[in-house]
Write a protein that binds this ligand. Sequence first.
Ligand code: PGA
Length: 230
Amino acid sequence: MKKLYIVANWKSNKTRSEVDEWFHGFELALLQDPVIRKEVILCPSFVYLPRVKQLITEGSLPISMGALNVSSFGSGAYTGEVNAIQLKDYVQYVIIGHSERRKNFGETDDIVNQKLGQAFENNLIPILCVSNIEQVISAKLQVQSYNSKIKIIAYEPVAAIGTGNPDTPQKANEMAMAIQKELGDVPVLYGGSVTAENVHSFAIMEQLNGVLVGKASLDPHEFSSIITNA
Ligand code: PGA
């Protein structure tokens, strides 16, 4: 049975009390339906990484943690940045190159590639988000220079993100094949308007290894159903 990654991208959402509430709802659902071949990766805002880690530990929950971003620099005089060495205290994974960062924060392929470099140097596993094959090729060149390998790609067509209009599972599967043609046997996740209703149609596609979930991950019950249904 293939492995599925189910990643929650909380984006810039939730207060501390909402984080706690989420765990209240989620914990119960998860305990009723143990996760076996599915790796759940929760990515909250930086400020809640310690709290989320504490809640996972206290509840002995089978949940991994990821960060939503990483500085393109190491430690030093980079006011306001959070670097990979700091993140390593909390997470195993880091989302890099999300289209919202490319669009709203001017993240070019070069910056994305620097961030990949920071992740590789510090043994964080990047979940590289791409919306087209050019972005894959750019990252491929960077990875070669680090003598490393991209471990997880999330294919997220921009028109599908936050719109309620997901890509078709068939098109996502074709894109996954194109990505694997470039990068070899890398797990490809699909992201963009994934819900508890449609998650299974993506999870069963031959070339897909899971989903990256934005809005629907904010509700603990919906997210629990996504894990169950995947
Ligand atoms: P969405 O977001 O599930 O709300 O469409 C996905 C993402 O941006 O990762």
